[in-house]
Design a protein around this ligand. Sequence first.
Ligand code: FES
Length: 310
Amino acid sequence: MGSQPVNRERAGRITRNGTRTATRAHPVALAERLELNSSLDKPIRRLTQAIHKILPPGPLRNTLHGVQFGHPVHAPLTDLPIGAYCSVALLDLFPGTQRASRILLTAGLVSNVPTALTGLADWSSLHREQQRVGLGHALLMGATNLLFGASLLARTRGDHFAGRTLSLLGLTTMMAGSYLGGHLAFRQAVGANHSPPVTHLIPLGWHDLCALEELPDGWPVHRSLGYIDLFVLRLGDEVRVLSDTCSHLAGPLHQGRVTRVHDEICVVCPWHGSTFRVDDGSVVDGPATSRQPAFDTRISETGIVQIRPM
Ligand code: FES
């Protein structure tokens, strides 16, 4: 491969020993500094192991990831506590709104339970740099809930000045935590589909892929169609083809394990264990929530495997 241009904004400064450091005093540079902070790795490893122990792969974890919905559910759930807490801060500008504020604070704290659980489930299946930023996000959001919880207590006791002050502090940590949430989603592409549909990238009709003979039976291999990477699995005289890039975080599916789930042949991603049916690319187990693009296949009279997007 030729030398790649260096994205200086993303890369930061390269030190003598080759490690990368963030350079600017800018919010995004602070977030990048967090990405590079390896001192967080030990607690992250322990917390990840604990989450995986409490939440083994299965229906509950799939629900927390949002497999049944086809989208991650953590991000939309955050609207509930964030909306409630922002509304409290707005109501504090007007007299006679204490009861409404207490109701909103209670709603924010309660709705934070599923929000935090879905976030922890997603966080436990991320890359190292994403987990470091995610830990900062979780700590700030945890502090936000403590501050708004303390605000509710103060208001219930009748100390409205303390209640308003604690809400304002909570609003500050919430903004910082939300910024890191945005960094995770928009800079580090957490929750995005890393294997979008490919139909528009391929001319209509059938395309020659390779000779059936050159494919090992029952063993997935990598092939390319133009610049699209493909997972190719021969099953006797039939062939299954999916996009090779895992929709969760772009793991190489052809390096995954082929297995049977409920009598259907599936592939398990080698990076975080997402499981896809090889027939149509649909998700059996998360953390992935988006299906893999799948291809129709046929064998020509001359023994060539031909494919077209489903
Ligand atoms: S990249 Fe995470 S499960 Fe495939």
